[in-house]
Write a protein that binds this ligand. Structure first.
Ligand code: FES
Length: 301
C-alpha cells in the first residue's frame, strides 16, 4: 500500500473526528432554512452536484493569480483574481458543506479534513489580498503560495472523497446494466401486495416494486432500490400515494423520488432513480431495464 493510500485509509477510520463531524453536520442542518435552499445547494435543479462546478471559479482564479505573480506588470490583475476567488469561494463552501452533512461517517471524516484544509487556504488568500492592498506585494505572493498549497491538499482529499469513497457519485448508475437484458419475470401479480413497497431481485439489481390501488390509478412501478444518493434501500422507504403522482421517500436521508420516472423531487439526491418498464403477461409481472424510464400500465392491474 502506498504512503498516500495508507494516510487516506487512516483518515477514513479516524473515529476521533466523529464528535466534531457530528456537531458540524448538525449545525449545517440547522442553518439551512428549508429543503428548497438545501436542494439549490445540492444541485437537484441541475441534476448534478453543484459543488464540484462552483469550486472551479476560486481555484482557477487563485491558480491564475500565482501565474501572474511571476509575470511583470501583473500585480493589479493578480490581486483582482485573488479577490475574485474570495468572493466566489463562499458559494462553493456552502454547497460542499450541504453535501457533506448527508454523507456517511467515513466520508465525513475525510470531508472534514478536506474542508479544514480549504478553510486554511481561504484564510491565507484573505491575508494575501490584504497584504497586496496594503502594498506588501512580497507578503501577498507568499501568502498566496501557502494558500495554494493548502487548497491543493484540500483538493487531493476532495478527489479521494469522490473517486475512492464515492462521495457525490450516482450510486444507482449501474442498476439497469446489472439487471441484464430482456424481460424478467417477477412472479404472479396477485402475490404483489397493493399499496406497499416490496423488494425483488432483477438480475444483480435489487428493485422496489410498488403496486397502486385501482382507486389511485392502478399500475405497477418498479425502480432500482439502491438510492442514487448514497445507496439507501428504497424498498424500506415510505410511499406517498393518492390522486396525484406516487412518490417514495428514501429512509436514509429523505430524498423523494417520483415513482413514474424516478425524478428526484427532493434531495440530497440529484440523479434520477433508474426505472424499469413493466407489463403483465398471463397474470404475471414482468420487468425490463429501460433507458427511457417509461412505465407500461396494463388494464389487468
Ligand atoms: S441514501 Fe441518502 S437519500 Fe437515499
Amino acid at each position: 500500500m502506498s504512503v498516500i493510500r495508507a494516510l487516506f485509509s487512516r483518515l477514513e477510520n479516524a473515529r476521533l473526528l466523529d464528535p466534531v463531524a457530528e456537531a458540524v453536520a448538525d449545525a449545517v442542518h440547522q442553518t439551512i432554512p428549508n429543503s428548497r435552499v438545501a436542494d439549490l445547494l445540492h444541485g437537484r435543479w441541475l441534476g448534478h452536484p453543484v459543488h464540484p462546478i462552483l469550486v472551479q471559479i476560486p481555484v482557477g482564479a487563485w491558480a491564475s493569480a500565482t501565474v501572474l505573480d511571476f509575470m511583470p506588470g501583473s500585480r493589479v490583475a493578480a490581486r483582482r483574481l485573488v479577490g475574485l476567488g474570495l468572493l466566489t469561494a463562499p458559494a462553493a463552501v456552502a454547497a460542499g458543506l450541504t453535501d457533506w452533512a448527508d454523507m456517511e461517517p467515513d466520508q465525513r471524516r475525510v470531508g472534514l479534513v478536506h474542508a479544514t484544509a480549504n478553510t486554511v487556504g481561504i484564510t491565507f488568500y484573505a491575508a494575501s489580498w490584504t497584504a497586496r492592498k496594503q502594498g506588501r506585494q512580497l507578503a501577498g505572493v507568499g501568502y498566496a503560495l501557502l494558500g495554494l498549497t493548502a487548497i491543493g491538499v484540500g483538493g487531493a482529499l476532495g478527489g479521494h472523497l469522490a473517486y475512492s469513497q464515492a462521495g457525490g457519485v450516482n450510486h444507482a448508475e449501474s442498476a439497469l446494466r446489472r439487471a441484464g437484458d430482456g424481460w424478467h419475470d417477477l412472479g404472479p401479480l396477485d402475490q404483489i401486495p397493493i399499496g406497499e413497497p416490496i423488494r425483488r431481485e432483477v438480475g444483480d439489481t435489487t428493485v422496489v416494486v410498488y403496486r397502486r390501488h385501482l382507486r389511485s390509478g392502478g399500475g405497477v412501478h418498479v425502480l432500482a432500490s439502491e438510492c442514487s444518493h448514497v445507496g439507501g434501500p428504497l424498498h424500506e422507504g415510505e410511499v406517498t400515494d393518492g390522486p396525484g403522482e406516487p412518490r417514495i421517500t428514501c429512509p436514509w436521508h429523505g430524498s423523494v423520488f417520483r415513482l413514474v420516472d424516478g425524478e428526484p423531487l427532493r434531495g440530497p439526491a440529484t440523479a434520477c432513480q433508474p426505472v424499469f418498464q413493466t407489463e403483465i403477461v398471463a397474470g404475471r409481472l414482468r420487468v425490463r431495464a429501460s433507458a427511457e424510464g417509461s412505465v407500461w400500465k396494463n388494464a389487468e392491474v
